[in-house]
Design a protein around this ligand. Structure first.
Ligand code: NDP
Length: 247
């Protein structure tokens, strides 16, 4: 059983944290389904990197906020690579605004992608995990799901929802050798944080005891450890990777 080669689906693996997780899992020999929504060329680049690691995979386009696309994606992966044993719910977006100015559509879009996307992917992958009596589900949330943040009521609600979802599903499936955990990053240098102005970056830096942003490769080691056989007694946890920001 020790770290058997498995099939993993990573949502939002074309860039950022998802990409770093995909490459690290490929180095461990797993077969990787790289989900993307709009950046196909980036997804192809990740697939090439995976192949260079001596592993195999496919790219799968799906908007995780659309239930039909998620159902089709899961079927497609299972037909081409086999039953999904490891699921990373990583795809996520922000659409920041103070609550008084926040449009209903922007609240819905963030909840639909981050929280409902996590629900849809988990629901469709869980069938086979339960049948096979083994599974790992790792949700990428955020420290703002624990602490809240000005201008991010929609995003923090989606990530806080993921925390409650993680704990509930962990309880439901614990007897089937399926673990469900969340990794809560702080500020990580990706396209998500590139949009911050220098002034905003300086403010954020003052909140972080390590006084720097993290790198996707500093999130991936914990995220991939949670998919291993050794991590079998860890479930329902929310683990921060944030340079001490939420201490
Ligand atoms: P990036 O913006 O670098 O990448 C986002 C990824 O999500 C892309 O691969 C994108 O695919 C995909 N994606 C976005 N919307 C959808 C959708 N509707 N359906 C499918 N895929 C989608 O993000 P990060 O790497 O920064 O973030 C990854 C996760 O980590 C997110 O959940 C984010 O909330 C979380 N996080 C990030 C932090 C940070 O500081 N960077 C901090 C805390 C949490 P494509 O480009 O192909 O559309």
């Amino acid at each position: 059983m020790k770290n058997k080669k498995r099939v993993a689906l990573i949502t939002g693996a074309s860039r950022g944290i998802g990409r770093a997780i995909a490459i690290r899992l490929a180095k461990a020999g797993h077969k990787i389904a790289i989900n993307y929504n709009s950046h196909k060329n980036d997804a192809i680049e990740v697939l090439n990197s995976i192949k260079n690691c001596g592993s195999d995979g496919i790219i799968v386009k799906a908007d995780v906020s659309k239930i039909d696309e998620v159902e089709f994606m899961v079927k497609n992966v299972e037909e081409n690579l086999g039953s999904i044993e490891i699921l990373y719910n990583n795809a996520g977006i922000i659409s920041d605004s103070l609550l008084m100015r926040l449009k209903i559509e922007e609240f819905d879009r963030v909840i639909d992608t981050n929280l409902k996307g996590t629900f849809y992917c988990t629901k469709f992958c869980l069938n086979n995990m339960i049948k096979n009596r083994w599974g790992r589900i790792i949700n990428i949330s955020s420290v703002v799901g624990l602490r809240g943040n000005v201008g991010q009521s929609n995003y923090s609600a989606s990530k806080g929802g993921i925390h409650a979802f993680t704990k509930s599903v962990a309880k439901e499936v614990a007897t089937r050798n399926i673990t469900v955990n969340a990794v809560a990053p702080g500020y990580i240098s990706t396209a998500t944080t590139d949009v911050l102005t220098d002034k905003q970056k300086t403010t954020v830096m003052s909140w972080i005891p390590m006084q720097r942003f993290g790198d996707p490769d500093e999130v991936a080691p914990l995220a991939t450890f949670l998919s291993t056989e050794e991590a079998r007694y860890i479930t329902g946890e929310i683990i921060r990777v944030d340079g001490g920001m939420a201490i």
